[in-house]
Design a binder for this molecule. Structure first.
Ligand SMILES: [Fe+2]
Length: 244
């Protein structure tokens, strides 16, 4: 059946600053090469992104990234962006998994790769939340950092107890939902929580968390849907005001 509500031309995104993506080539489970990075950044720019904050994973054993390990691949990315003529400003911080590596090597020497304005992007384990979560948040805040928790809609142990989301807000942890969660990319439960959070004023930021070409293709398609237009109307994100 012909869908009268389905537009073929994507709408523009409702923010110009995307603050979560894995597009530094070859440093985590994101873009493996500069071709993938520039494909995604050019696609994002077509949807209205002019500033991309890159957030490579920092996780124990798998991606123990530091400023040093990221310097050369980031320079390579910048050169590829310039060569391709993509009008997007890029900078990088990191997405920190709260694990032993974080406690020892980041929190210990206070060596954060920050988002602008002292924001720090953190993520939980998908298996179980670290026991010291509250202490770490308190410690970060006492040092003057504003923690942003990445994709809270994806942690099943929060989904089972929705009051957790309001508790996080009370701790003054800002919450960032992945845009493709609203499209059902990660599953129906993630989708349901993403919309519930939005309707309950629990979404501070929306990010692409882009890792690969298929994420860009899905986003481009999502931007043609009725759900996307509903998202544009309901969202009140701080993407363009918090990182100046
Ligand atoms: Fe991420």
């Amino acid at each position: 059946m012909f869908d009268f509500f389905h537009k073929k031309t994507p709408e523009k995104l409702f923010y110009a600053t995307d603050m979560h993506a894995h597009l530094i080539p070859g440093v985590d489970d994101g873009a493996p090469d500069t071709g993938t990075s520039t494909y995604c950044l050019a696609g994002l720019n077509e949807l209205g992104v002019t500033r991309q904050l890159l957030t490579p994973h920092v996780t124990q054993h798998t991606f123990e990234n530091t400023r040093d390990t990221l310097a050369a691949p980031f320079a390579e990315l910048k050169a590829a962006i310039a060569e391709a003529g993509i009008p997007v400003d890029v900078m990088h911080s990191a997405e920190y998994r709260l694990d032993d590596f974080f406690k020892k090597n980041v929190l210990g020497p206070d060596d954060f790769m920050l988002l602008p304005n002292n924001h720090v992007l953190i993520e939980n384990s998908f298996v179980v939340q670290i026991l010291e979560f509250e202490e770490i948040v308190f410690e970060l805040k006492s040092r003057g950092y504003q923690p942003i928790l990445a994709h809270p809609e994806r942690y099943f142990y929060y989904r089972e107890k929705r009051e957790k989301y309001k508790q996080l807000q009370q701790y003054e942890v800002e919450l960032q939902v992945n845009i493709l969660s609203f499209a059902g990319h990660y599953g129906k439960h993630e989708r349901e929580i993403a919309w519930w959070m939005l309707e309950n004023g629990l979404v501070d930021y929306i990010g692409t968390d882009m890792h690969r070409r298929s994420h860009m293709d899905e986003l481009r398609h999502f931007a043609t849907t009725r759900d996307f237009r509903r998202l544009i109307k309901l969202q009140k994100v701080k993407n363009d005001t918090a990182f100046i």
